[in-house]
Structures are given as structure tokens and as C-alpha cells.
Design a protein around this ligand. Structure first.
Ligand code: XIL
Length: 447
């Protein structure tokens, strides 16, 4: 009995081995074909689009079009296809690519008004569009620098036309405002706040306490812990009082949580000298200085990491009435985090009755550092992500709405280029201040 069992086992093992060998020989790599196309508007006739099937594959496949005109499916012909849209309206063009019984689809919206196909899917005069005018229920923010607001020109033209919430990119951080003990420097912050006031914009103060913008004299503070705490109270009181009535909201503490396992509190100098409840103390100092200003906790990766999100909500729940809102930094990529992850962040903030700031929005088009230019396909994917983010924000209840802030105006000025050491095009305007597809994605998210 035992011997026959052993033989059976050996036989089974041999069979499994030979089968796996057979399998390896027969293995055919999966063919991964994804339908894709681009379209341009004909220069000869503004009611005609020229369609280019850009699907790539190493095997032959079949492509058919649905031009959205109610005429059913038509075979894809070699070269560029031209289609005329005689009536105003919106048409969904679909390309079906079929290989081995599997079908993939790419689709794009074509909008037509009395002048022809609308460039970038935006009908009307694109020059007349404005983000802040389109976003009727929340502020649309961006960042600036004191040198730029004093210089004027195209940068300030765009600020005035498109945005109604302004944040200083780095000049309202502690290392700039409080560079040495007992001596404040608010000149850059004042220039930005004055510009905002003069142009009817809200100011979002960013950020009172951030481990990455702590001046070295604070980092190496020589006094006692009690003296350190008094110094922090003086700094927060002086700063918040100075901008009382001018700054609508402050990020009181920025990025207090670690990324590592369990997302503990970052061991910053503030935590070391003031204890684990330093965040509460800082919120209390700010609240004492201005009972009306909105106080935010701001951090990153709160959509992509459910663990960090949970840790952030624990921290926020502990603050009780001291906190008004949560800033979720939206440094994201065209391919993630997913809509449902972003929605989870929004849901958590809404369920707590807090204000939500989609802060620091930029969407990397080149997260894998493999692109040397912004391809039209990637630009469209980025546009879709901008649309998705704005749509999620625009769908939260009115009471929880506050602002959506884009972290920069022109692609070439984005902090990400230095930070990741790679080319990218994460913003709404290109280096020549032209509106990108991403800009129109933002507008589409509001529709
Ligand atoms: C960045 C600025 O864009 C840079 O100019 C500056 O040198 C460093 O800070 N998270 C934040 C922002 O909260 O303050 C950071 O801004 C980007 C990451």
C-alpha cells in the first residue's frame, strides 16, 4: 500500500513536471492591443475632423469606427479619415479595435457649434473662459511669488482672470517670515497679500509650521523647551494677527505625519520640544489670535494611502472644534490615485462636517520619466484626470466646499521638475502661458 502510494506520488510529480515543461514550450505571450486615435480639425473646413488611428500592435487587427452620427459602424480605411459634422451638437466618436475575438475601444467627444468643431472641446471663445467664473461654488486657487506680483505682466493677468484664491509658494513659511530670533520679515508676504486684496482674491496662508521650512535657528534652538513653546506662540500670534481680516485661512501645520508604517507623527523639532500635542497647541495659538480665520491641517498622499488617511483623520478628530478643514495635497499623476481613492478622502472630510481643500493640485504626465515631450495622448489622459479631480470636488456638498488650488501656473515653473529631477508638464498652462488640454479638462469637470 505504502509503496504503491509512493509510486503514485512520483508519477504525479513527473507528470506535473513534464506538463509544466510542455506549457513553457507552448507559452504564447499575450497580445496587448489598445485602441487609440487622435483627431485634428481640418484647416480647409472647420466642420471636418481628420481622424488618425494610432493603435499599435505586432499582429494584424481589425478597426472600425462609429463617428457618432447614427450611421452605425464603418471600416477603418488606410490613412487619415475625414468626417464632416453639419449640425451643432456633441458627438462621441468611437474606435473599436478587434483582435482574436477581443475588442478594445477608444472614444472622444467632438463638440460642434456654429463656427465648426470646437478646438480642445471648448465651444465659444477660449480666450473668454475663466476658471473662477466657471467654478461658482468654490474658490479656484494658485500660487505666486512676490517678485511675480510686483513685476506684473502675463503672470498677473492670468491670476486676475482665472483665480480667486492666492497662496504664497514659499514666502509665507517660517524660514522666510521669521529668519532670525526676534526679527520678522513680512515684506514678501505683504506684497502677495496686498496684491490679492487689490484684486478681490482670498488668501490661503501656507504654512505656519512645516518641518521643511523651519529656519536653522529654530531647528537648533538653544533655550529650554518652555522658551521654545513661548517662541512658537509668539510667532504664530504675530503672524496670524498681522494678516487678520486679510488671510481667510491658514494651514496651521503641514505634513506632520510620517509615510512609514503606522504613519506616526514626524519627529520634528516642534514635536521634540513641545510634545505630542504640539499640533493642538499650534491650532490653539492660531485660534486665539484670530477667532474667524479658517484653520486647516494639510498633508500629502492622503488619497493614495488609506493608512495615512486614517492617521490624518485620527489627528484631525483629536483637534475637535479647533480645526475647520483638511487640505489634501493633490500632487498626483495622470494614472493614479484612482477616482475611488480620491473620493474616499473627500467622503472622510465631508462625513466629519469639515471643509475640504483640494490643495497643491498638479498632475504628473511623466511619472515614469520615460517621456521627452507631452504627447497628445498623454495630454488627453492628463486632461481626463484634471476633469475627474474637479468633478469629485464639485460634487461634494456646498457646506464642505472651500477651494481647489493648483500648485503653479506654467508647466516650466512647477516645483516638480526639480523635485523629481525629470521633465514634466503637470499644470494648466504651458511655458508660453497657453491653455493646455488640462485647462479644458478642469472646465469640463465643472459641467
Ligand atoms: C514647495 C515650493 O513649491 C517650492 O518652491 C519650495 O522650494 C519648497 O516647497 N508640499 C508643500 C508645499 O506643502 O509647500 C511645497 O512647496 C510642495 C510640497
Amino acid at each position: 500500500m505504502k509503496i504503491s502510494k509512493l509510486i503514485l506520488l512520483l508519477f504525479t510529480a513527473l507528470l506535473a513536471f513534464s506538463c509544466s515543461e510542455d506549457k513553457e514550450e507552448e507559452f504564447v505571450p499575450p497580445v496587448n492591443i489598445q485602441a487609440s486615435f487622435e483627431y485634428t480639425i481640418s484647416e480647409a473646413d472647420p466642420f471636418v475632423i481628420q481622424l488618425n488611428n494610432t493603435t499599435e500592435g505586432t499582429v494584424s487587427f481589425t478597426s472600425v469606427w462609429d463617428f457618432g452620427l447614427g450611421n452605425g459602424l464603418e471600416d477603418d480605411m488606410p490613412g487619415i479619415e475625414e468626417v464632416r459634422y453639419n449640425e451643432t451638437g456633441e458627438y462621441v466618436v468611437k474606435l473599436y479595435v478587434i483582435y482574436d475575438g477581443l475588442t478594445t475601444i477608444d472614444s472622444k467627444m467632438v463638440k460642434v457649434d456654429e463656427n465648426g468643431i470646437c478646438p480642445d472641446g471648448f465651444c465659444g471663445n477660449a480666450d473668454d473662459s475663466s476658471l473662477k467664473a466657471a467654478a461658482t461654488t468654490f474658490s479656484v486657487g494658485t500660487i505666486t511669488r512676490s517678485g511675480w506680483v510686483t513685476a506684473g505682466g502675463k503672470h498677473t493677468d492670468i491670476l486676475k482672470k482665472e483665480f480667486n484664491n492666492l497662496t504664497s509658494e514659499y514666502e509665507m513659511k517660517m524660514n522666510v517670515m521669521y529668519p532670525s530670533e526676534g526679527s520678522y520679515n513680512f515684506s514678501a508676504g505683504d506684497a502677495i497679500v496686498d496684491f490679492a486684496m487689490a484684486n478681490d482674491m482670498n488668501v490661503h496662508g501656507h504654512a505656519l509650521i512645516w518641518h521643511n521650512a523651519t529656519p536653522s535657528w529654530v531647528q537648533n534652538f538653544s533655550g529650554t523647551n518652555a522658551e521654545f513653546e513661548t517662541m512658537v506662540e509668539d510667532y504664530i500670534t504675530t503672524t496670524v494677527t498681522r494678516y487678520k481680516g486679510k488671510v481667510r485661512s491658514w494651514d496651521v501645520v503641514n505634513e506632520a505625519l510620517e509615510d512609514g508604517s503606522g504613519n506616526p507623527l514626524r519627529n520634528s523639532v516642534f514635536r521634540q520640544k513641545m510634545g505630542d500635542d504640539y499640533i493642538r497647541k499650534c491650532f490653539q495659538f492660531a485660534r486665539n489670535a484670530d477667532p474667524d480665520v479658517l484653520l486647516f491641517y494639510n498633508d500629502y498622499n492622503m488619497a493614495s494611502s488609506s493608512g495615512k488617511r486614517a492617521a490624518m483623520f485620527d489627528l484631525v478628530d483629536d483637534l475637535g472644534d479647533l480645526i475647520d478643514g483638511v487640505g489634501g495635497q493633490m500632487h498626483i499623476s495622470y494614472d493614479g490615485p484612482s477616482a475611488s481613492q480620491i473620493q474616499s478622502l473627500a467622503d472622510g472630510v465631508v462625513s466629519r462636517g469639515l471643509k475640504l481643500h483640494f490643495a497643491e493640485l498638479d498632475i504628473r504626465a511623466n511619472p515614469n520619466k520615460d517621456q521627452t515631450s507631452l504627447t497628445s495622448q498623454r495630454a488627453e489622459e492628463q486632461r481626463a484626470k484634471y476633469k475627474e479631480v474637479v468633478k469629485i470636488y464639485n460634487s461634494i456638498p456646498l457646506d464642505n466646499k472651500f477651494a481647489l488650488t493648483v500648485w503653479g501656473v506654467r508647466d516650466n515653473e512647477s516645483w516638480l521638475i526639480d523635485f523629481w529631477g525629470a521633465q514634466d508638464w503637470p499644470l494648466l498652462f504651458d511655458k508660453n502661458y497657453n491653455k493646455k488640454s488640462a485647462y479644458f479638462g478642469f472646465l469640463e469637470g465643472l459641467q
